[in-house]
Write a protein that binds this ligand. Sequence first.
Ligand code: ATP
Ligand code: MG
Length: 765
Amino acid sequence: LHGAASLKLNELNDRQHEAVTAPPQNMLVLAGAGSGKTKVLISRIGYLIKALHVSPYSIMAVTFTNKAATEMRHRLESLMGQGTVGSQFSNHGMWIGTFHGLAHRFLRTHYREAKLPESFQVIDSDDQHRLIRRLLKSLNIDEKRFPPKQIMWYINGKKDEGLRPKHIESFDPTEQMMLKVYEAYQQACDRAGLVDFAEILLRSHEVLASNDDILAHYRKRFRHILVDEFQDTNSIQYAWIQLISGGHAGGIADEAPPSYVMIVGDDDQSIYGWRGARVENIHNFQKDFNNVETIRLEQNYRSTANILKAANAVISNNSDRLGKDLWTEGKEGDPIAVYSSFNELEEARFVVGNIKKWQEDGGSLSDAAILYRNNAQSRVLEEALLQAGLKYRIYGGLRFFERQEIKDALAYLRLIANHDDDAAFERVINTPARGIGDKTLQTIRDAARSQSITLWQASSRLINEQRLSARASGSLQKFVDLIDKLESDISELPLHEQADQAIQSSGLKAMYQAEKGEKGQTRVENLEELVTACKQYEPDENMEEMPILSAFLSHASLESGESQADDYEDAVQLMTLHSAKGLEFPLVFLVGVEEGMFPSQQSADAPERLEEERRLAYVGMTRARQRLFITYAETRRMYGQEHHHRPSRFISEIPEECLYQVKLTTQARQPAYRSSSSGYGSSMGYGSGMPSSSTGSRGRSSSTASHVKFSGSQYSLGQRVSHAKFGEGTVLNCEGDGDNARIQVNFDQFGAKWLVTTYAKLTVI
Ligand code: ATP
Ligand code: MG
């Protein structure tokens, strides 16, 4: 097999080798996390091209995210040598991408058959939402009874199942109404040449299903179809593969032999059930396709034995699994560090401290990932990272202060603080909708421009001079009054109450509450999280003289102005557990692992959802290669409220011998900690949770209190000490022991800070 040497087949284990070098056939590679499924899929493509001389032109590879597609392209290029395949990856070469990416490409080619204009536009969910709202208005349907988000969810769900309105029969009045909107929505999209995400898949499926010649063309072309993360395909994606491969009784005139389909997946990692993914597709594949060869991989190459054992134990609590045994030849590794923090601030500080330690020990930042259940959890982590001067990058989401709803809320606060802030004015004048249309806004803009005044001033003039229609003038007056009233009502209140009132009285919160579905809920949670941020905010010294609202606003805009680390920069990776699928990192932190957070409150009572949460825990744990930290907070201020949580059941499902309880504190767990003026990340040397590789066992023994208690041994409360950077101060508190000992000092110039005693190098004065 000339040319196959570069494939490094000798690096594969027997089962992997078998899968990679099998003769062309339908294959299912079913295996747990880190067993090399993605590696096998990529090597298989290499083998097809290099050893079996299959043209790249006849290969289609489907991945789950664009990031994965890019990575696959890179991995293939390095596998087969730079340049050797370069030109073949261009238009006439292989198709690598996500389902949406590939289907979109298909529609661009076949727009005529799809009855779309050549320049059809893809719309995102925000556009989709706006369009549905407009339709509801014109149909005279009450938005409150039929929230646009809910209708959008309905339409997308039906499309994911391959269903058009004509396929749906319903006797439920609510559904009948939604159907009516679905129909109107589709007509509007078709008229305007707009295509939403779900439509991309459905429409391309329809084109294939109703055009024999096109179908025959693609069947002939794509002899080899490979799909990664198959457990998360939905119905229409499955149907799409069936159709193109012809592996299913399609019955077209110009029958090409079916193509060969290789799917790889792991039922234990099915985490998109809530979005229509169907894990049954794995079983269906074995029935619907001919002579499927099933290959199971059982050796894990990613994680240490400890991490693997822990993850296996957790997932074994699920019922209805296909069942897989995973083992590793890898080292036992460090135990999983579990840390219980006072609250979410301390949790963030603990994580950041350990990343610093990792970096000091020569690790790179991009090898560290922080994974969380909800987007809103990122804020506290982001602030702690910023404070510590660590670069970070957020995947699959915006940084907290850049999110739409947060920008809306901040714009209200800005306008209250400064009526002449034109950008803020533009942003909120009709958000939520208050009947101030584009025409009125244009009149205001023109007036402002011609008289060189601000939008706010122009509004007052236009009203006074009665230059607007009575209706427009009335709406505008109401808006002006709202801002004036907010200003006089809230300026004396504490910052977080100012924010809370602004969010409520402006109607912003109600507007997002009316958006049903995951996204609307997230936005409301983020707004509440903003209130928490205000509560925790303490101005820097140089801003202490400013009104607290102005100080906070500059803080927020500085933070959002801080650009994300560039791609090539070394940066900590932050993402939700969902977006971590398929990835791996040497160092992983799973944060917020508490009952009510993870598993989420809503899933705790629903067995199916609970199992999906557990699969998510399995996905999270198995991202770690060398070190895994699991943290939870005893109290967490989240969504504007303080919660007391128990540690997640997922932690108790981990065998004790795999764990290491990081013990920093046995006494003095005072809740006052939250409000200490230390702010975030003040104790930079706080890195005590990291058991160094040689001391895994020491780590464990330290939790048995065999160490001399630190407190009182060296410093005493009230003692005066001096620190190289922070100067002189008074000891307020000591806790923990050995390497874990920490000391709280109230520095004369910098306020109270927690320091790790061994790093702090304090001198007694
Ligand atoms: P997931 O389920 O998380 O997507 P996966 O099954 O796709 O995981 P891969 O990402 O392909 O697993 O592989 C996990 C890690 O193990 C990668 O770093 C990969 O390079 C390595 N690996 C896989 N097979 C081998 C092997 N035979 N020898 C050495 N390393 C391997
Ligand atoms: Mg994979």
